[in-house]
Design a protein around this ligand. Sequence first.
Ligand SMILES: [Zn+2]
Length: 416
Amino acid sequence: MFPRNCSSDTSATERDSESSGYPRVVGTYTRGLPGPHLLVTGGVHGNEPDGVHAVRQVIARLEERGTQLRGTLTGVAANRGGLARGARFITRDLNRRWLLDEMIQLLRRDPASDEGEDREQRELLHLLAPLLAAAREPLIFLDLHSTSGEGAPFACMADVIRNRKIAFALGVPVVLGLEEVIDGSMIGFFCDLGHVGVAVEGGKQGDPRTVDTHASAIWIALVAAGCLAAADVPDLVDHRRRLADMTRGLPRVIEIRHRHVVAEDDAFTMEPGYTNFQPVADHQVVAHDRHGPVRTPEAGLMMLPRYQSQGEDGYFLARPVSPFWLRVSAGLRRARADRLVRLLPGVERDPLRHDRMFVEADRPRAIDVFHLFGYRHQRAAGERFVFSRRRPDAIGVDDLPAVLRELLARDAARGG
Ligand SMILES: [Zn+2]
């Protein structure tokens, strides 16, 4: 599936490309030297092909230069059906349902009945499973997106220390907590297995600068991951400058505070002119739907305003996080202080799952405290918040859960 040489993947994928326009693996580059595997996906949303073009461009450049890369760079076109039609998705958002229960359900069904994104996800799981099984160090997963509205690039990650090394190296604002409000994202799936998962929003869809931004992010990530030395990338300074110039004056780290969920029959329409990072006031009218004006629940920074018609995310609100607290949280986690949270007042451990805590919901600061200690805010359950411990660093990486591996093997045996 991944040719171990320094040429792009062509033979099997040329045939595929005739049907959809995009082969599943758009390219892979390795010189057979040991090192990390940087796995880049583009087009998880089919109307965002910019990331696919960027990883192709980077691989072509590496081939021209014959660069001595340590490890492997692989580029994947994620939603081939969506890409072929230029649609965000065909039947459902492919950047959801990467949760264990939902993947088991998918794999238990007959592949012949798959349509749209179910088929894409099944194929991606078959592609990823051998990589996850072979990984002796965390895979570095970079998921490239672009936005329907104008705005500066940024990165998203779950706040575990291993993700910070890659995300902060990019020099663009880093958004924490998107994976808390969006269940089952691909970066969340990788992170939960102990790998690195960072998403990059590269700018507006179809703007040629977005491909350049994504390419810069890939080059910088290759250096941050240790696949390349800075000297291996002759224009590294330009890549860094490009991302710095585009994000000058923006906060370096923000966290998501609110997600406006859109139902299919809501007739949601964003007010024109909103961009990422734009400050908005409390109670400001930012959109309309069939119930009337949509007002912000608090003041903050506008993120991902929806100027296309598909998906459940209307817009997000965020606020800056101080670098001081990021350093404090890194220290706490290095000291393994996360075990202490269960001693805090009002905290109760789930008797069935020791990595889960319940907290009385009348303690709104609890979310901040649990974030510091590396916990994920899952949801409010009645009167209580539910937090789960994110997979910490330095305890090795997990293979896919056995049940998924068995289902994938059964699938492969059936399909040949
Ligand atoms: Zn996207």
